[in-house]
Design a protein around this ligand. Structure first.
Ligand code: ADP
Ligand code: GLC
Length: 481
């Protein structure tokens, strides 16, 4: 099968969150299964310097955006035998310090930037000499491509255009812009209505994708149900209408990257049958972060975007209570909302020998934290899939998660199923409920046999991408509904 993906971020080229990991790993896995895969993504600042093997493609992009004509060039970088990454080079839009904004503010022209990128994706899907069978879009940034391609197909008779699958990684981010923005698509305004691309008078990119894509997926089975019920951020009704086209597929883990042995980020290799290396990583982490080097003190950790979604508002008071009363350490690596960043700095000042708050983004440290910590905290308000809980399972850091979305689909609590338990789950989105879960973790920590049992179970759990990639392939081939 020939599959063209379009995404605003792709690991290892650009990343702000799990979207990049997912697109990077799924495309790689599909290619390894023998499919031809192209991935279209913006040429952000510094990429040509970081990947000098990139070559210019002799195929110009010159597309209208409302009243303007915008030009771009295309670059390509082959990855392996059957995968090629294509980069849209439009310096005015993409040669910037951030992907979506700077200093906490979104760029004012994000509608123009990502509509242009969506147009490039549609144009490539319909006219590039390499003709894809399926166009796989991701999130709001490329969702309008679904409308563009289906317009070419059904109104302009371009029947060779590929089928379009849109994956919803996070329905809270929709790309909602004022109504006039729709004019930038240069499409008839009869698509702009309550059952089309319009949402409360504005142009909603994600809704355009949900309505006009042939196939819809999201990143866990539970989140697929939740977004049609109460976690759809206003899209519940629209998604219910398309429920027959919507499939939940749990993301996988790229175990080539997230490995506990032969990993350049980790000082000590370890595995499920040799946990000594894990203890050494713990001591190395305490030393590196300036915490008291105490092998017997449990380390709780969190590596996360500091956003409302992640439940930091319940984590802070739960930690206050638990740190004051118990022998434990807490390590945060995160960045995002400046107010939340500040709250963690204050927490670290209040408990200088127990808490480290690393504000920033640091892939190397994220591996060392997963490897060195005993428990990994994810108290998300909602979580479409979540990757960190699966990374932490592999790294022997027992996940403590809220029972929502992909967290519920990937972590098993002792009370629910003692024979398969690998973590701790709690239900209510409150600090006391989370504090209770931490207390439960402390009891597990005190029972070394149970601790090592859960740890080994997590470390041997298999969330590799092959299974999920096969599920995507069967969606790509399923009948349109
Ligand atoms: P989301 O995409 O909602 O942020 P996921 O759990 O799916 O959540 O993915 C988050 C990804 O981003 C993981 O690969 C995680 O390690 C990484 N990440 C998040 N914050 C940081 C950070 N401050 N430093 C390094 N990596 C981070
Ligand atoms: C989004 C979601 C996260 C998911 C990731 C990759 O960022 O918030 O839960 O794991 O996409 O699909």
């Amino acid at each position: 099968m020939k599959i063209l993906m379009a995404s605003s971020e792709v690991h290892p080229f650009s990343k702000t969150g799990g979207l990049a990991d997912m697109v990077g790993a799924l495309s790689k896995t599909l290619a390894a299964l023998g499919h031809e895969v192209g991935v279209l993504t913006p040429l952000y600042r510094g990429l040509r310097e970081r990947f000098p093997a990139m070559e210019r493609v002799d195929w110009a992009l010159r597309l209208p955006l409302g009243g303007q004509m915008i030009e771009a060039t295309l670059w390509k970088l082959p990855l392996g035998q059957t995968e090629t990454i294509y980069f849209v080079d439009q310096p005015e839009f993409f040669d910037r310090a951030g992907l979506y904004g700077e200093a906490g503010d979104a760029f004012a022209d994000n509608a123009e930037r990502f509509l242009f990128f969506s147009k490039c994706a549609a144009y490539m899907a319909c006219h590039f000499p390499w003709q894809a069978d399926v166009l796989h879009l991701h999130d709001w940034h490329t969702a309008p491509t679904a409308l563009l391609v289906n317009h070419h197909k059904w109104r302009e008779g371009l029947r060779t255009a590929p089928r379009v699958c849109l994956t919803l990684h996070n329905v809270a981010y929709q790309g909602q812009f004022i109504g006039n923005t729709f004019g930038l698509l240069n499409l008839p305004w009869d698509y702009f209505h309550a059952d089309g691309a319009e949402f409360y008078g504005g142009f909603n990119f994600l809704k355009a994708g949900i309505v006009y894509a042939d196939l819809l997926t999201t990143v866990s089975p539970r989140y697929a149900r939740e977004i049609t019920l109460d976690l759809g951020h206003g899209m519940e009704g629209v998604l219910r209408k398309r429920a027959a086209a919507l499939t939940g597929i749990l993301n996988g883990v790229d175990y080539g990257e997230w490995r506990t042995e032969d990993n350049p980020h980790l000082p000590h290799p370890f595995n499920a049958t040799n946990l000594r290396g894990k203890s050494r990583n713990k001591l190395a982490l305490q030393k590196e972060l300036g915490l008291p080097v105490e092998p017997g003190t449990p380390i709780f950790a969190s590596v996360t975007r500091l956003a409302e979604q992640k439940g930091m508002d319940i984590l802070l008071p739960a930690l206050e209570e638990m740190l004051a009363a118990h022998e434990m350490q807490f390590v945060l690596l995160g960045s995002g909302d400046p107010a939340i960043e500040q709250s963690f700095r204050v927490l670290a000042e209040r408990f200088p020998t127990k808490v480290v708050a690393q504000i920033g983004y640091d892939t190397r440290l994220s591996h060392r934290i997963e490897a060195g910590s005993d428990f990994f905290l994810m108290p998300s308000r909602y979580e479409p899939c979540g990757l960190n809980q699966m990374y932490s399972l592999r790294y022997g850091a027992i996940p403590i998660v809220r029972r929502t979305g992909g967290l519920d689909d990937s972590v098993v609590d002792f009370n629910d199923d003692p024979l398969h338990a690998n973590g701790v789950k709690f239900d209510e989105l409150t600090a006391p409920a989370l504090a209770n879960a931490i207390r439960k973790a402390l009891r597990i920590y005190a029972d070394k046999e149970l601790l090592n049992l859960l740890r080994r179970r997590g470390m041997t759990a298999d969330f590799s991408w092959e299974q999920s990639a096969h599920e995507y392939l069967s969606v790509f081939q399923s009948p349109t509904v």
